[in-house]
Design a protein around this ligand. Structure first.
Ligand SMILES: Nc1ncnc2c1ncn2[C@@H]1O[C@H](COP(=O)(O)OP(=O)(O)OP(=O)(O)O)[C@@H](O)[C@H]1O
Ligand SMILES: Nc1ccn([C@H]2C[C@H](O)[C@@H](COP(=O)(O)O)O2)c(=O)n1
Length: 228
């Protein structure tokens, strides 16, 4: 793969995207990665896979959950065209998107020692992406990769996010369930990650009235050196 560098430091390009649930992080990050020929890291999928394993094993004690995740073998693809994730040999690519995991994932993601384990793994994956990477989640711009070349907080009004998710789920969850997955989850997740406000140096993009292609364009432009 061609190495796409940060022009000022000559390090591989790292694009970090954070934002609330349903703001379009995954679709946008994948689109930017495909357009620029970069790897793609979906950190939310790692928390979802961890939650899947915890649910599967029926573990409830935070220390036991931490031990379980610390010992787990987590494999995630960083190819934006072929996403796949497995944990302890189980391919959970589809299962982690089930509403039961969306409802449960914050319980696992708000255990700080679990976060520490997954953050270390995410940093390894970003470092291994020597051709450059687009990584998205809730704490990429602030904790996982605060020195990323481009840092974006992608936001959208809650109504727009709920409507998009409902359309995506096409009847698999009702409005109350989707609202819980968006509003309640953001409230819980924001107790451990700062994605409701942009940190210094982070570009805010509001996608409420923007199509996906326009958001991909805007973020792609941020990776190009300014001519002024
Ligand atoms: N700019 C946009 N305009 C309209 N729809 C969009 C836009 N961006 C994303 N979408 C759609 O909104 C839905 C949610 O997008 P996506 O899954 O990328 O969000 P997310 O921020 O990664 O959510 P989560 O954090 O809950 O995983 C998808 O159906 C996606 O196609
Ligand atoms: N960097 C991250 C990424 C995700 N999470 C948590 C918060 C979400 O509820 C959950 C699933 O993420 P999604 O797939 O919906 O983006 O994982 C986090 O705490 N930090």
């Amino acid at each position: 793969m061609i190495t796409v560098s940060d022009v000022e430091t000559d390090r591989p390009l790292v694009v970090a995207i954070d934002g609330p649930s349903g703001s379009g992080k995954s679709s946008t990050a994948r689109g930017v990665a495909e357009r620029l020929g970069l790897a793609y890291l979906d950190t939310g999928a790692m928390y979802r896979a961890a939650a899947w394993l915890v649910a599967e094993q029926g573990v409830t004690d935070p220390a036991a959950i931490t031990e379980l995740i610390g010992a787990a073998e987590l494999d995630i693809s960083t190819d934006p065209k072929a996403f796949r994730i497995s944990i302890n040999g189980h391919d959970v690519t589809a299962a982690i998107r089930e509403p039961r995991i969306s409802q449960f994932v914050s319980t696992v993601a708000t255990i700080q020692p679990v976060r520490d384990i997954l953050i270390a793994r995410q940093r390894e994956l970003i470092a291994a992406a020597t051709g450059g990477v687009v990584a998205e989640g809730r704490d990429l711009t602030t904790v996982v990769a605060p020195d990323a070349t481009v840092r974006v907080l992608l936001v959208a009004d809650p109504q727009a996010r709920i409507a998009r998710r409902e359309a995506e789920l096409a009847g698999a969850a009702n409005t109350a369930e989707v609202t819980d997955q968006i509003v309640r989850r953001d409230r819980d997740d924001s107790t451990v990650a700062a994605f409701t406000e942009a940190a210094v140096g982070v570009t805010v993009i509001d996608s409420t009235h923007l199509g996906l292609a326009e958001v991909i364009d805007q973020i792609s432009r941020l990776t190009k050196p300014s001519t002024s």
